[in-house]
Design a protein. Structure first.
Length: 360
């Protein structure tokens, strides 16, 4: 393919696929030529909005199109592995929504399929693109905060089960609840900011106290479900984990879809260093005025609030994905990084199930 020609992309999934379409719209080297999804009305609407010529109900039909070079996959978690592997075997590069897969065993198959096909497998941890995360990462890498010995990561909602009774609350379809949905984002943010130290052990607990009552759906959603409705709530609604890192540091993770907390929908990370610290706190998905740095100042301490620039996370990830395909640049976050995060989530769930610390 000549670099003068646009990279031809297909998007599979017309729900979260919207974020990928918005990201590709920011990338002049790409032309989205096809959509696939079971919600044909939504797909047709997106095709009209983004001027996409082909729409398929069956993703296999999209993968059979020989002029498609790469695909974005934004489907329920249980479909990540089969759809991605089929795409790689069809000779397409793949960008997939997080998590890479429900379980490490599936993720390993996906990474192996990418190696066998000689194609790129990338995962959308788009919050790595945030200005606050990158500034904090730079300060840590430069040694300005000294030895990072403790960190916290959280994403807490008071009410926010995403689709009570949908695939999100099915253990088989999703692989888990807020831990694999929200917690994986913030633990990735924290570990990425800290330079990606290896996790050596985890001790965790999970709870399902709100969802099984038929409560916990988004504010304003007046539906109330009873356990006897048999529409299913099979996952946790709160998870917490204590992680030991190879550096000697520890990290505390806390995440919920529904809990009696002061947070309506807030996430962030905090790091504690021997020479300084930093805290990211975002409510309502805010990405400016969210970073506070803590330093010595004379014989006391000071807080600073760096000026931040708002960034479109999916557009940033997509730009790196396209760079990798067209220019051969290293892609991050890639399939191997996605696999490491899924292995961590597996270990957290295993620790919660066993009620004891698990080593990685």
């Amino acid at each position: 393919m000549s670099q003068q020609e646009p990279l031809r992309v297909g998007v599979i999934g017309c729900g979260a696929g919207l974020f990928h379409l918005e990201g590709y719209a920011e990338e002049p080297r790409v032309k989205v030529v096809a959509l696939a999804g079971l919600d044909t009305d939504r797909c047709q609407s997106l095709a009209q909005r983004f001027d996409i010529p082909r729409v398929f109900r069956d993703y296999q039909e999209l993968l059979a199109e020989s002029d498609i070079d790469a695909v974005s996959i934004a489907v329920p978690n249980n479909l990540h592995a089969p759809v991605a592997i089929a795409a790689l075997e069809a000779g397409k590069h793949v960008l997939i929504e997080k998590p890479l897969a429900r379980f490490a065993s599936e993720a390993e198959q996906m990474v192996e399929a990418a190696k066998k096909a000689g194609k790129i497998l990338a995962v959308s941890f788009q919050r790595r693109a945030r200005h606050d995360v990158n500034l904090l990462r730079q300060e840590i890498a430069a040694g300005k905060l000294g030895n990072i010995y403790y960190a916290k990561a959280f994403w807490m909602r008071r009410l926010g089960i995403p689709g009570w009774g949908s695939w999100f609350t099915s253990k088989e379809a999703a692989g888990g609840g807020p831990l694999i949905d929200l917690g994986i984002h913030v633990v990735d943010m924290a570990l990425y900011a800290m330079g990606n130290p290896r996790v050596t052990a985890v001790s965790a607990a999970t709870y399902a106290e709100i969802g099984p009552q038929g409560k916990g759906n988004w504010p304003g959603d007046t539906r109330r479900f009873r356990p006897t409705d048999n529409i299913g709530y099979e996952v946790e609604d709160l998870a917490t984990a204590f992680l030991r890192l190879e550096t000697g540091a520890t990290l505390l993770l806390e995440t919920s879809w529904a809990s009696f907390t002061e947070h309506n929908d807030a996430f962030g990370i905090q790091v504690y260093g021997s020479l300084g610290g930093g805290r990211i706190f975002s409510e309502g998905y805010k990405d400016t005025e969210t970073l506070t740095m803590f330093h010595e100042f004379g014989d006391t301490t000071s807080d600073s609030r760096p000026r931040l620039v708002s960034r479109k996370g999916h557009a940033h990830i997509i730009h790196g994905f396209v760079d990798g395909i067209l220019d051969g640049k290293p892609v991050s976050p890639n399939g191997e990084e996605g696999l490491e995060r899924v292995r961590l989530i597996d270990a957290i769930y295993k620790s919660a199930e066993l009620g004891k610390e698990v080593t990685l």
